[in-house]
Design a protein around this ligand. Structure first.
Ligand code: HAM
Length: 434
């Protein structure tokens, strides 16, 4: 049986591969206007980075990471041996931890320096159960700003995220921006305890998973897809009623700035996100119709403790990532089609094999002048060559046969107007620029 791509992965065929390049270029444009520059970190990192950064108890780290292991280390493990911590590697399930690791490792935010604004694009890997909009290898575009705890960083990034979605064509009236504050290390522990106690009081109504998680991270119960749990958690204490003064002020400033930018949002006190590093602002952008259950096209928030978690000095941060494949689903639901990757200015057709050398030379001359040029490689009939030229959407076809060769010309047909003229071979590139 022919081998297929692994479950939960997909090939970006030429039209889509071109679209992905254009999509990244749009992001570089929009994010670049806010000062974000590209960074490219390894696809593999030490497993320890994700355990410390994202949190051991999260689904992403506890059950969805792909481990990368060399043949030699695998043999050591199978023989009952152990491998060094630095050889324990995982494919990145997200980009933030790696970027923060790079910022710390290369001291990109020296003490007192202005914040650094970084963006990235590339594949992430999560061993989730594949379904529409949920893959095991997917592409994210993300940004991270490190070195400032100003609410303007949060608001600027959220506005920028919404601008990007609008610019690539996701209809504004089919998007919903959810906003919340997760508090900080001062106010969250008390709140977390209140939620845990509330869950204890309702233990007989909550699912086993929520109750098992209650000790480690009770806030995850807000994310539970079980309807009964959702009903119980609706009446749980709300974080926004229990923020410390600084967090409340920060959250109010973010909302004021979003209001002043005309960005609409829905406050959702149950928005907790699945990664443990968040403090204060969190947000998620959902598509309202046409996406099914995997409707989050992007999300992120503030993470003021993450740099310390991975061994750096205290460096506040804010960032978000958007899922490319989910954006494509949203765009396709809005009627988008990928633009054709193929572009052909001239197709050189041969009447018989005596013209092949001249056709080859003419193709090269036109390419050297900057035109996309193709020819037949299968000695097909003239009729088939015209069919192929049509398929390639060639603007012109140059026909070369023994008579044309003798006269040093080609028959040049404009495929739109169907006009034909004899053109001296050396003058063909000049005719293509019209
Ligand atoms: P996240 O919410 O886990 O956040 O992922 C961001 C986006 O990636 C999601 O909104 C979704 O569009 C896409 N995504 C996630 N998992 C999958 C999947 N299995 N298949 C397809 N698309 C998926 C983060 O990853 C954080 N690092 C965002 C962030 C940056 N926070 C701060 N800075």
């Amino acid at each position: 049986m022919a081998i297929k791509a692994p479950e939960g992965t997909r090939d970006l065929l030429p039209d889509e591969a071109l679209f992905w390049e254009q999509f990244k270029r749009s992001a570089t444009d929009v994010f670049g206007r806010c000062g974000y520059v590209l960074i490219d970190t390894p696809i593999m990192e030490q497993t320890e980075l994700f355990v410390r950064g994202i949190g051991q108890a999260t689904d992403v780290v506890s059950k969805e990471m792909f481990t990368a292991i060399s043949g030699e280390n695998l043999k050591t493990l199978l023989d009952g041996g152990t491998i060094k911590a630095k050889s324990r590697l995982s494919l990145r399930p997200e980009g933030t931890a790696g970027v923060v690791r790079a910022v710390v490792q290369h001291d990109l935010v020296p003490q007192g320096a202005p914040p650094v604004k970084l963006m990235y694009a590339g594949p992430m890997f999560r061993a989730e159960r594949p379904q529409k909009g949920r893959q095991r290898q997917f592409n994210q575009i993300g940004i991270e700003c490190l070195g400032a705890n100003d609410s303007a960083v949060d608001a600027e990034a959220i506005v920028m995220c919404m601008r990007f979605f609008a610019e690539v064509g996701i209809p504004a009236d089919n998007m919903r921006l959810l906003l919340n504050s997760m508090g900080c290390e001062k106010c969250r522990p008390t709140y977390r305890e209140m939620v845990r106690e509330y869950m204890e009081q309702h233990s007989d109504e909550l699912c086993d998973t929520c109750m098992t998680r209650a000790e480690v991270n009770p806030l995850r119960a807000f994310d539970c897809k079980n309807e009964a749990c959702a009903t119980v958690m609706e009446n749980a204490p709300k974080i926004t009623d229990h923020l410390c003064d600084e967090c409340r002020e920060h959250y109010a400033q973010v909302k004021d700035l979003l209001d002043s930018a005309g960005v609409q949002y829905v406050e959702d006190a149950s928005l907790v996100r699945g990664l443990d590093y968040y403090t204060r602002t969190v947000f998620e952008v959902q598509v309202i119709d046409g996406m099914g259950s995997q409707n989050a096209i992007g999300g992120g928030g503030r993470y003021d403790k993450l740099a310390e978690e991975v061994g750096g000095r205290a460096t506040p941060g804010f960032g978000f990532a958007l899922g490319y494949e989910r954006c494509v689903l949203a765009l396709q639901a809005a009627g988008m089609e990928f633009p054709a990757a193929q572009h052909c200015d001239l197709f050189v057709a041969c009447v018989d094999s005596s013209a092949r050398a001249a056709a080859f030379a003419l193709s090269q001359a036109c390419r050297d002048s900057g035109f996309a040029c193709q020819m037949d490689y299968q000695q097909r009939s003239l009729k088939s060559q015209f069919k192929l030229a049509d398929k390639l959407c060639a603007r012109f076809v140059a026909v070369l046969g023994p008579d044309e060769l003798a006269a040093g010309v080609a028959n040049l047909r404009d495929m739109h107007t169907h006009e034909e003229q004899q053109v001296i071979l050396s003058e063909i590139p000049g005719k293509l620029s019209v």
